[in-house]
Design a binder for this molecule. Structure first.
Ligand code: F6P
Length: 322
């Protein structure tokens, strides 16, 4: 009987569990055996594995995080770590390894495939949504919902106290979470890494808003923006304008929680499609979703190409904030 392996790697994201479940159940349906590898590439090096039967993934569809646990492994970046991992993969008789994670995880998958001849298939899962070859990554929309819920609550207190709030959201070097949650949350401004920001202009807009009668404002700050942390930006705004401000860093809150409907559907579709691809002996690819359809892309393209953010949303927000 053929065997596939599945692991989750890098930052966890809501929807990884429905995806693991889909890989396991689709594989069993197709007559394959599934080995779950715990703690990503770290577990591969340490042979930390479990046989996954259909019941091993019962009751996880609604749970955030990943039951296989995850890690960022420095050891796997070295040749010795890779050798140990490959030895274990071969001993286990894994014919294709399915890697659920982000771009760092896919770099590892590519190394296994291209350097060590281990067939790999990637499934994009990160709250950052920063992966080319897919319109959405698993976990992004749940994270945006979480950020939005926080922004709505902050709006209540901002309005009550006539205050300026700066809300820092995650996204590493991409502004997807900031842009989507900012537009949906009615932010007065959104600072993203993809655009340079002039703080004098931000302050001028705040002043304009006050003149028009706005008594409170919310600025969404993406963690990878070009100026600095929300706390640094807040103190510079205070010096320039004198406005009383508060800073909220949402941090890892955005990574947790029950996956939303879309992240469950996406996880299930991509997980099942990855198993199909493995059965068809596809390798060194990522399974994504583009315009609602499953799309396979070479892992080499994912590393080279940068997904573009839709700046129309940013300019739309500028209009909404007037
Ligand atoms: O890639 C997901 C992410 O949550 C980023 O948004 C963030 O920059 C990073 O991971 C945080 O990583 P860690 O959990 O290792 O602090």
């Amino acid at each position: 009987m053929e065997r596939i392996g599945v692991l989750t790697s890098g930052g966890d994201s809501p929807g990884m569990n429905p995806c693991i479940r889909a890989v396991v159940r689709a594989a069993i349906y197709k007559g394959l055996e599934v080995i779950g590898i715990r703690r990503g590439y770290m577990g591969l090096i340490e042979n930390d594995i479990q046989i996954m039967d259909a019941s091993s993934v019962s009751g996880i569809i609604y749970r955030g995080g990943t039951v296989l646990k995850t890690a960022r492994s420095k050891e796997f970046m070295e040749k010795e770590g890779q050798e140990k991992a490959v030895e274990n993969i071969k001993k286990l008789g894994i014919q294709t390894l399915i890697v659920i994670g982000g771009d760092g995880s896919f770099r590892g998958a590519r190394v296994l495939d291209e350097k060590w001849d281990i067939p790999t298939i990637g499934i994009p899962a990160t709250i950052d949504n920063d992966i080319w070859g897919t319109d959405f990554t698993i976990g992004f929309l749940t994270a945006v919902d979480t950020a939005l819920e926080a922004i709505d609550k902050i709006r209540d207190t901002a309005t009550s106290h006539d205050r300026l709030f700066l809300v820092e959201v995650m996204g590493r070097t991409s502004g997807f979470i900031a842009l989507w949650s900012g537009l949906a949350g009615g932010a007065e401004d959104i600072l993203i890494p993809e655009l340079s920001t002039n703080l004098d202009e931000v302050c001028a807009e705040l002043d304009e808003g006050r003149k028009r009668g706005k008594t409170s404002s919310i600025i969404i700050v993406a963690e990878g923006n070009k100026i600095g942390s929300a706390a640094e930006i807040a103190s510079r705004i205070r010096k320039k304008t004198g406005y009383e401000e508060r800073v909220v860093v949402l941090g890892h809150l955005q990574r947790g929680g029950s996956p939303c409907l879309w992240d469950r559907i996406l996880g299930i579709r991509l997980g099942a499609a990855a198993v199909d691809a493995a059965v068809k002996k596809k390798r060194n690819i990522m399974i994504g979703i583009v315009n609602g359809e499953i799309k396979m892309s070479p892992l080499s393209d994912i590393g080279k190409k940068k997904k573009k953010i839709n700046l129309d949303l940013y300019y739309l927000n500028r209009i909404m904030a007037t």
